[in-house]
Design a protein around this ligand. Structure first.
Ligand SMILES: Nc1ncnc2c1ncn2[C@@H]1O[C@H](COP(=O)(O)OP(=O)(O)OP(=O)(O)O)[C@@H](O)[C@H]1O
Ligand SMILES: [Mg+2]
Length: 272
């Protein structure tokens, strides 16, 4: 991972989450800097989405600490976390179905606008000017993720692939420093998957983002991320470069022991 301590740091120490006695996450730790791209893998129920829910304030930890720079953000509400620069996409797409693509991006762009202003001056013409700036920025984001041509369409008229890209545009609307992507290529064909991953990598470079990528396609994650964490039953069972993860007996066992829902670890040749 990048070694520049001058960058903003997201630190997680000894994070736990239990749901009625089930350890969804157990003793999790993380250090993430701007520019890092961390892959997170693990069988169904390993705790990957729970990790994102904890990092973004959707659920509160049973124990542990999350800090962003000097600020303790443990247990902070989702909107407050978003304003501090942590954005995410969801495993199951969450968009306002009856709003247009543009309106969806505007919602998150406005959250960022309020955060950066500190207060909203409702008096025109400043207000009108800012509204226009939010719209322009939202349109630019839609174009950047490749769906500028459907800005005026309601979500329910968009293809699945377009909706995935719209989610990404909404997350970018928050001008995040940290972007958490929960299986962004789920349900996509190989061509769509490759295009999505290329877009994510380009966006990371353009915005100097730190990205955490949950991905069930092993080949994709091994080719994309230089650093990977493997979870099983809420615990980190392996961490390191793709080659280390491939060789890790606990990781191999976790994947051999699961159902056919997720593919086995690729061989070195297959991943190359
Ligand atoms: N809100 C909740 N209430 C109760 N149990 C939950 C809740 N959220 C997650 N869990 C449980 O926590 C464990 C981890 O779930 P999580 O969704 O984080 O797994 P995951 O690694 O994202 O799995 P998948 O690959 O299927 O998406 C599972 O046993 C799940 O049933
Ligand atoms: Mg999940």
């Amino acid at each position: 991972m990048a070694d520049d301590s001058a960058h903003l740091l997201l630190t997680v120490t000894d994070l736990h989450k239990s749901f009625r006695g089930v350890h969804a996450l157990h003793g999790y730790r993380l250090e993430l800097r701007q520019g890092d791209l961390l892959g997170v893998i693990g069988p169904n129920g390993a705790g990957k989405t729970t990790l994102f829910n904890l990092l973004t304030g959707l659920v509160k930890p049973t124990k542990g600490r999350i800090t962003l720079g000097d600020a303790d953000i443990t247990g902070m509400r989702p909107e407050a976390v978003a304003r501090r620069g942590i954005a995410r996409t969801f495993q199951k797409i969450r968009l306002f179905q009856s709003l247009t693509a543009l309106e969806n991006v505007r919602v998150s762009a406005q959250i960022h606008e309020k955060a950066s202003l500190g207060r909203v001056l409702l008096s025109s013409p400043g207000f009108t000017r800012r509204e226009r700036a939010v719209t322009d920025r939202s349109r630019a984001l839609l174009a950047r993720v490749g769906i500028g041509d459907v800005a005026g369409e309601t979500v329910n008229r968009l293809s699945y692939n377009q909706q995935r890209r719209l989610e990404l545009a909404c997350a970018l609307g928050l001008s995040p420093k940290f972007l958490l992507l929960d299986e962004p290529t789920a349900g996509m064909n190989p061509t769509e998957t490759a295009a999505m991953i290329e877009l994510v990598q380009d966006l990371q470079r353009e915005h100097r983002l730190a990205i955490v990528l949950i991905e069930h396609n092993m080949q994709v994650i091994m080719n994309t991320c230089r650093h990977i964490q493997a979870l099983n039953y809420g615990k980190i069972i392996g961490e390191g470069a793709p080659d280390e993860i491939r060789r890790n007996p606990l990781v191999i066992e976790a994947y051999l022991g699961q159902s056919q829902q997720k593919p086995a670890l690729p061989t070195r040749q297959a991943a190359a």
